[in-house]
Design a protein around this ligand. Structure first.
Ligand code: NDP
Length: 252
């Protein structure tokens, strides 16, 4: 019985930012659990190559810019037209920013909020429009930084964007419950991906490891396994939850 609850055979899943990092690990997990997965991402070559690397033929690519409302609407309408409905959405598209607040340009603040917060909300809304009568599951990749300020890493815009994601998730969970759509967030601590390497001084990694009780960064697949669980019927009574996966970082 419990194995069946984790089976995603026949489900249509969309993973934003699925070409690399945590998103790609999520695509791998959902595909292994039996879903047909659409990688929805910005760079067509990288997205198509990622989809082609799955020999099952159950992974495809669709272009999506989460900051462009028309692109979001078209992408989800196209997927629903091809496959009948969307059953699972995982929002992994995201960008980071590390700058002292007094040096932050207005444009940068707007961009971080547009990708991480507005982009997540718009994708969740469009996915919900195309979820069929059996409902669905939305899993947002939030962040430990949406729960605690992490001020030394100079990321006020990022923290604010992820805090917005977490409260949007709770709000949507309440609104969508009657359509049998569950909405949850996974909040990772530090995970070794391009996002944590880009523009980050090398000694920050040492600092993150030192402050993490498990004394290492997380791996993308350690986030993806929880996402797959939340996407499945094994989590059928979970909605509105923000689940931390951070090696104990926030337990201090
Ligand atoms: P990566 O930078 O490896 O991947 C992010 C993906 O999002 C890329 O494929 C990127 O595309 C895509 N993307 C960026 N902007 C857009 C857009 N406008 N429309 C569509 N796709 C877009 O990051 P991670 O895998 O590390 O992060 C995934 C998620 O996890 C993010 O939301 C991040 O905030 C969150 N997270 C990550 C943590 C970490 O330590 N790594 C910790 C906590 C949360 P492109 O290649 O074109 O840039």
């Amino acid at each position: 019985m419990y194995r069946e609850l984790l089976d995603l055979t026949g489900r249509i899943a969309v993973v934003t930012g699925g070409s690399r990092g945590i998103g790609l690990a999520v695509v791998t997990a959902l595909e292994e659990f039996g879903a047909h997965v659409v990688i929805a991402d910005l760079l067509d070559d990288a997205g198509a190559a990622a989809a082609a690397s799955f020999p099952s033929g159950r992974v495809e690519y669709a272009h999506l810019d989460v900051t462009d409302a028309a692109s979001v609407e078209q992408t989800f309408a196209g997927i629903a037209e091809r496959h009948g409905a969307v059953d699972i959405l995982v929002t992994s598209a995201g960008i980071a920013n590390h700058q002292p607040s007094l040096e932050l340009e207005r444009e940068t603040w707007d961009r971080v909020l547009a990708v991480n917060a507005t982009g997540t909300f718009w994708c969740a809304r469009e996915a919900a429009r195309h979820m069929g009568s059996r409902g669905g599951s939305i899993v947002a990749i939030g962040s430990m930084s949406g729960e605690l300020a992490n001020a030394p890493q100079r990321q006020a815009a990022y923290n604010a964007s992820k805090g917005a994601v977490h409260l949007a998730v709770k709000s949507l969970a309440i609104e969508f419950a009657e359509q049998n759509i569950r909405v949850n967030a996974v909040a990772p601590g530090y995970v070794g991906t391009e996002l944590t390497k880009d523009g980050v001084p090398s000694d920050w990694w040492d600092d993150w490891v030192r402050r993490t009780p498990m004394a290492r960064l997380g791996r993308p697949e350690e986030i993806a396994s929880l996402v797959a669980f939340l996407a499945s019927d094994a989590a059928s009574y979970m909605t509105g939850s923000i689940v931390l996966v951070d090696g104990g970082y926030s337990a201090w």
